[in-house]
Write a protein that binds this ligand. Sequence first.
Ligand code: FEO
Ligand code: CA
Ligand code: CA
Length: 736
Amino acid sequence: MSYDKREEDVVTNLSNNTHIDHIVEEALANPNRRRLMASGAAGAAALSFMGLTGCGGSDSPSAPAPAPVAPPAGPVKATALGFPAIAKSLADTVTVPPGYQASVLIRGGDPINAATPAFLNDGTDSAASAAFRAGDHHDGMHFFGMTTTGAYDPNASDRGILCINHEAITPNFLHPNGVTSVAGVRTVNEEVLKELNVHGVSIVEVARSGNSWSYVRNSVYNRRITTNTDMILSGPAAGTPFMVTRYSANGTRTRGTVNNCANGYTPWGTYLTCEENYAGYFRRITATDNVNRTPKELANFNRNGVAGTGREGWATAIATDPNDTTFSRWNAEKLGNSTDGSDDFRNVANTFGWIVEIDPFNTTSAPRKRTAMGRFAHEGAWPAKAVAGQPLVWYMGDDSRGEYIYKYVSDANWDPADATRGLAAGDKYLDAGKLYVARFNADGTGDWLELRFGNGPVVSTYAPYAFANQADVLINARHAADALGATKMDRPEWGAVDPFTSSVYMTLTNNNSTLRTLASTDAANPRFYNDPRTNGTAQRGNPNGHIIRWIEVASNSAALQFGWDIFLFGARATQDTRTVNLSGLTAANDFSSPDGLWFGRNGILWIQTDDGAYTDVTNCMLLAAIPGGVRDGATVTVANVDGTNTKNVTTYVGAQLGETRLRRFLVGPKDCEITGLAESADGKALFVNIQHPGEETSAAAFAARTFNSNWPNGGTSRPLSATIVITRTDGGVIGV
Ligand code: FEO
Ligand code: CA
Ligand code: CA
């Protein structure tokens, strides 16, 4: 039952979209397209007027100075990094710079109430107890500062609630002798029940004493959200026939959340957990199920990847009580006789793939899946700064190779009086809004295209998918984005919004030569290269990834046009600086596969990696950057080569940061991914997750109980995912 995490994003985008140079070519031939490009040119002029182009590159057009952006209250922008870069490392430990300390805060299995016993970590801890312990594979998280009376206070630092996603599992480590299955059937229900409970979200109170942090084991706020938690479907797709299941005949509820990758938060103090590669958890055997499904259902399944035996095989377990659907609800096949799906789980996959809002301060509240924000492999939801009287905006990525970048704009304008209204504020801002997808134009501009029923090709006569209404558009957001001509990206991961400039950064973690060929490079995904491992093994495509950034016209988050460039390209420092190492990385800051992002209040951009390409040289890492602004660099033409084929691609490369503005800050233990970032309001504590250390332990090594990593407990222990907290030994602000 081993599962290659890095292959989980099965590519399903077979649309003919839109590598942006194709759009340019089309524009030359197609007058309608030419009009579009003309509006793009107008956008470029607007961007130029805003000073968003030509800031530095000698080959960029000159432009007036940028319009002033009101500085945020509070911290001033950092101008220098106050630590020496640390070296790359293959050691099974967490390394931070001198003057810093990293402490384990909460590990997988740690009890979150007084009644649950200490974690034995030998696979014997019970399934039932897992609902009262921290889960596995810690991922996205957020720190919600709290007053002494238990209210949300974004400026509080000594006490808070940490919400932590548990994306997935390393199955063998959870059970006494690894996963038990017979011919693909899960035969030990206790094992499956445990796996169901270690997914989801942990909500735990944390507190500072002096310069050290701990979680509060018996806090009334502590609770787990799991794959079994009752949830409310909310927004336009709730209560529609698409959502009807045996669990909820009127389609207004569903059970649980899964593959919670990155996250977001709201200005009213709630947590947004995001359902990423949900599709693979459902069992749907196409050979027998397809004949029972409509063409529309099949188009939905195909575009979202709902097919196969189910990632962990949960649907194969058999409950003692035939009315117990704990396992059978992971079977998305049409098994019942009803016309509406109320007697089986044929529609269950439609109830996953959403942004889920959780109120950490209201301990009895049910999470709400916000369908207005669309359904896809949600990596996270990153808020633009909330401005009174203006709509609220979240940026979102669809984490799969060749998928898209989206944004959500609320219909309601922000009223700061809603900051204390919890989920009721969520109902106001997250249930009604506009959903857009990004098109990155070759001229350095971009457009937001609205996923609205009736908008252009998003109609019932669209051949690949016959949209019925807006609920259908939101459930099948990928189809709608295809129809609108969005730009396929090199696997969107995390985003972050610069608190000083409102520029938006988003990681494009990597792509391979099968799923993104030389021919389909474009200005926003411009590189095709070989990154050979030390042993000579070729890695072709864009194995090191890049970070794109954009700024909206007039710095208005709700604008429909933007200007963009590529902030950083991942690369080995030894690679060619004209074709691969375009950002001029050195030994002090070279990295591969950027994933997590977080802007500190002082404007430091923290960059995490989830890499499999450079791991012959270094474990995954965390870097700190002091960015400039969009189009502060040069226009560059990259001469890509694949064997005897070549393709030149012109793109916009951000100014090189050098070692003064980009440094490696942390390297993690073996086989881990560094993910999840949160900070206390005073910037003196940085919370970071170490996910799946020792994950590559082979079955044979597991059988011998020798693990690739023994972090964090050491000795010969099974490795554990964990949240760590980083502080300065002198108690100062991190990074500066
Ligand atoms: Fe769960 Fe997008 O990595
Ligand atoms: Ca990720
Ligand atoms: Ca990743």
